[in-house]
Design a protein around this ligand. Structure first.
Ligand code: PLP
Length: 393
């Protein structure tokens, strides 16, 4: 018996453990101080009324013999896939229902999709990055090549002439940087993938935060993307489903490699290893896209975007360089006075009682940067900005 030794190569993630330890120590020393947390990536607003109402109706159906549902939907109920298709039609993207796979969230599918690719593929991953892309590939023993995000490219790396990769991860709007690729930039990636026979894994978990009509909210708005990209979306940040769990993955029929359509491979993988998302949750998800739901979830996203605007205005006023804050729920700021990201974490906690996330936790290129999240309550964000102004001015 041999274990998968690739797991032993994973680095322990001390980021949030260290943050909690430091906050605990600060609280013990300053029991009266009110700490404001702008570090977490979780939402604070509850589910929209249209969603909870739809789930309540679905619960009643499950308790009635004539409408009860058992095993059924590995790929997702048609009513939800149709609703998602309608959402894409609104973006000018035409999808067939069997190109949409309902998931229990983007994180699972971002990891699980790797089952259909050979372990010898080389993957290209941006740095800084959402750590799941890195760890899932280390588990599979793949060779990882990093592409640099930095202040020079606005944390939006573009294809390099000398880089060879089979699988490319892109995330836009980005976690942690809040940066968003333009159509022209995404077109460069699509052209690169088509020329090299690579596959783009496009993480659109934050697409609903894009308000600027010129920016792409789906990679399929770019010509040729349906021949080279899989798209992962989530209702976690779109509609507060972080604890309810639902997302979807799009695998177009036009996407084939070595003469094999990936849609069929993914369907085979899902029908073998996944038994679908609960009916009750899928009814709640349907309400995100239909009836009164879209207006309600949009109002919640507007609330977070207004938080982000407050933060962006404060940093602009202070002359601090940052990305994000518009069309994204994250702000990625340069630490003042050349401080390291952990030094700035300590300083901000000690002087303002505000907690953020040190950029170094997202990769080597995150050193010297700091992430603020807009998912907090308005009054907390406003108070945190007053404190930051008083401390950094
Ligand atoms: N992708 C990115 C970039 C994220 O930041 C997150 C969650 O924070 C996810 C995917 C995972 O989302 P889900 O809750 O749908 O698993």
């Amino acid at each position: 018996m041999r274990i998968n030794e690739n797991y032993l190569k994973l680095k322990d993630s001390y980021l949030f453990i260290t943050i909690d330890r430091k906050v605990g120590a600060y609280k013990a020393k300053n029991p009266k101080s009110e700490i404001i947390r702008l570090g977490i990536g979780d939402v604070t607003l509850p589910l929209a009324p249209a969603v909870t109402e739809a789930m309540r109706r679905a619960v009643a159906e499950m308790g009635n013999a004539s409408t009860f549902k058992g095993y059924r939907s590995d790929q997702g109920y048609e009513f939800l896939r149709r609703a998602i298709g309608g959402y894409y039609a609104g973006k000018g993207v035409s999808l067939r229902e069997d190109e949409v796979f309902v998931s229990d969230g983007a994180k699972s599918d971002l990891g699980n999709i790797l089952d259909i690719f050979s372990p010898d593929n080389t993957v290209l991953i941006p740095d800084p990055v959402y750590p799941v892309y890195v760890d899932t590939n280390i588990m599979a023993g793949r060779t990882i090549v990093y592409m640099d995000g930095n202040a020079g490219n606005g944390f939006l790396p573009l294809p390099g002439r000398n880089v060879r990769a089979d699988i490319i991860y892109l995330c836009s709007p980005n976690n942690p940087t809040g940066a968003v690729y333009s159509r022209e930039q995404l077109k460069m990636w699509v052209d690169y993938a088509l020329e090299n026979g690579a596959v783009i894994l496009f993480d659109g978990a934050y697409e609903a935060y894009i308000r600027d009509a010129a920016l792409p909210t789906s990679i399929y708005q770019i010509d040729g993307a349906c021949e080279c990209a899989v798209e992962f979306c989530s209702l976690s940040k779109t509609a507060g489903f972080t604890g309810t769990r639902c997302g979807y993955t799009v695998v177009p029929h036009a996407l084939a490699r070595a003469g094999t359509p990936l849609n069929g491979l993914w369907l085979r993988r899902q029908t073998t290893k996944f038994n679908g998302v609960p009916y009750i949750v899928q009814r709640g998800a349907e309400a995100v896209f239909t009836g009164g739901g879209p207006a309600q979830v949009r109002a919640d996203i507007d609330y977070y975007l207004e938080n982000a605007r407050l933060m962006a205005d404060t940093l602009t006023g202070l002359g601090v360089w940052f990305t994000g804050g518009r069309n994204a729920p994250y702000i990625w700021m340069r630490c003042p006075d050349g401080m390291s990201s952990w030094a700035f974490f300590d300083t901000l906690l000690e002087n303002a009682g505000v907690v953020g996330t040190p950029g170094a936790g997202f990769g080597a290129n995150g050193e010297g940067f700091f992430r603020l999240s807009a998912f907090g309550k308005r009054e907390d964000v406003a108070e945190a900005m007053e404190r930051i102004k008083a401390f950094m001015d």
